[in-house]
Write a protein that binds this ligand. Structure first.
Ligand code: HEM
Length: 489
């Protein structure tokens, strides 16, 4: 008979009917920390039941590479969940759609649209730099006073996504921008509190305040995005796409035309898919990027000597007479290490997005049945002392070798890997680079007098985020540059 996958079972932690292993996961700590703790007693690969769902947790990088890369296709499925179904019209997006031919061509279309429109062209750089300019101006206007940088950073990153998706440039206080910020925040807060209904979908039949709020935010989001979509459809030409919506619409039309050549209806990227993709650029692109920036800033406040080294590198390679550009990236290696170290020590998506096994398969020689959920605990991989020296220490130099050359350890995967790797990785890296370099070129950050440094424990919302903290900016580094045209806000 055919040799099937191995039958060794993954060790499973205790569970009871209905509740599954939930009673063993209490204590109010975030799941990634509970899982890391459990891996000390059960080993790096263990199973548990989240309610009725058999879930395997992967805690070391060899197993993670099997799941994401080596047998990436076997594990490229996504579980259906009540909140994400609402958010994505039943999986018409990229992140929460199950693996299928339509998802594959949708993902390809989005990747091509990103390439066509943004990556590798100077348009994306110009957009980010315009948002950075306004952010710097706003932060410098607070000079000398302690303030929470989170709202301004989130606004700047949101502005980049608005520009990228539907070419909107907003001024400070613009009511449409406020609306985007409000519904996005509402979605983030409610998804973070969604909880039990995703484990027990039948609970959705009961009145649920969180779900009602989520539905209300989604309705506002969809109204605004539908309006943008209709505007784009009415003004679409054969010329270069103006933005991501244009690129998606053009790609969708291209595919639609092939309908006559035997493609079935379910194989077609619909307008709903285009809308959900636009929505996802906000959902997946704002909170992740702005939170990563806030973590790095928090660590710079703890390690002023790291901030000084980045600024010295900027002085040596860019100076203060011109803005930083993407082409400077190759020379600013220490800044690159700081960004990587920030994403290693505080991965904003510490257990990635849940995967499911599409077929019977294996991890580390253990049998995994089709339908099993798989959580990759990137937190424990990024803090594994077998691979990282003093993993709890913020040490950007670990991303350089003795000759000062960049190194990327194979157990560093902040964007995941394989068929489900983050679609926005290049965009996110571009933003992180341009935001941090421009900010540190123009100003320094320090703690307000008498304030203690930011809490580095963080708290778990939709992403792992720092507890709010205050900074003081000093703009002595920046010789006022002449900028053309109007400011955005
Ligand atoms: C998926 C990280 C920014 C769009 C993911 C995943 C991670 C991640 C860990 C899950 C991979 C998995 O489940 O295996 C990050 C980080 C970011 C960032 C750390 C910023 C620092 C962005 C941006 C966008 C984006 C800017 C788009 C505008 C997506 C999408 C997926 C995804 C669509 C789903 C991919 C799929 O399921 O096929 N990201 N991301 N992300 N990300 Fe990002």
């Amino acid at each position: 008979s055919e040799a099937g996958p191995p039958r060794v079972k993954v060790p499973c932690i205790s569970w009871v009917p209905v509740l599954g292993s939930l009673p063993w996961l209490r204590g109010g700590r975030p799941l990634h920390l509970i899982f890391t703790q459990l891996s000390y007693s059960y080993g790096p690969l263990f199973a548990l039941y989240l309610g009725p769902h058999l879930t395997v947790v992967v805690n070391n990088h060899q197993h993670a590479r099997e799941v994401l890369l080596l047998r990436g296709k076997d594990f490229a499925g996504r579980p259906r969940m009540v909140t994400t179904d609402l958010l994505t019209r039943g999986g018409k997006d990229i992140a929460f759609s199950d693996y299928c031919p339509l998802w594959k061509s949708h993902r390809r279309l989005v990747q091509n649209s990103f390439t066509l429109f943004g990556e590798g062209t100077s348009r994306l750089q110009d957009m980010v730099l315009a948002a950075v300019d306004s952010l710097c101006e706003e932060l410098l206007s607070m000079e000398g006073r302690g303030f929470d940088p989170a709202p301004a950073v989130t606004r700047a990153v949101t502005n980049v996504v608005c520009m990228l998706v539907f070419s909107a440039t907003y001024r400070h206080g613009d009511s449409e921008l406020q609306e985007v910020l409000r519904y996005n925040d509402g979605i983030v807060q409610t998804i973070a509190g969604g909880g039990l209904v995703d484990i027990y979908p039948w609970m959705k039949v009961f009145p649920n305040k969180t779900l009602s709020k989520l539905k209300a935010c989604i309705a506002v989001r969809d109204r605004l995005l539908t309006h943008k979509l209709e505007e784009h459809k009415a003004t679409l030409t054969d010329n270069q796409p103006r933005d991501l919506l244009d690129a998606l619409l053009m790609g969708q039309v291209g595919r639609g035309r092939r309908k006559g050549s035997g493609r079935v209806e379910e194989d077609i990227i619909t307008e709903d898919h285009v809308l959900m993709t636009a929505a996802e650029a906000f959902g997946a692109g704002v909170e992740t990027t702005s939170t990563t920036l806030l973590w790095i800033l928090a660590y710079l406040l703890h390690h002023p000597q790291v901030q000084e080294r980045v600024q010295k590198e900027l002085d040596d390679h860019v100076g203060s007479e011109r803005p930083v550009r993407v082409s400077d990236r190759a020379r600013l290696t220490y800044l690159d290490c700081v960004i990587n170290e920030g994403m290693r020590i505080r991965p904003v998506s510490p257990v990635l997005i849940p995967h499911t096994a599409m077929t019977d398969s294996s991890i580390g020689g253990h049998h995994i049945s089709r339908g099993t959920r798989v959580l990759v605990n990137m937190w424990s991989i990024h803090h594994d002392s077998a691979h990282w020296d003093k993993p709890d220490l913020f040490n950007p130099d670990r991303f350089r070798d003795h000759q000062g050359q960049r190194v990327t350890p194979s157990c560093f995967l902040p964007f995941g890997a394989g068929p489900r790797v983050c679609v926005g990785e290049s965009l996110a890296r571009l933003e992180l680079f341009l935001f941090l370099s421009s900010l540190l070129q123009r100003m320094s950050f320090r703690l307000p007098n008498g304030a203690s440094p930011p809490d580095l424990q963080g708290r778990m919302g939709v992403v792992l985020q720092p507890v709010p903290y205050k900074v003081v900016t000093g703009g002595d580094r920046w010789r006022q540059m002449v900028t053309d045209g109007d400011r955005w806000w």
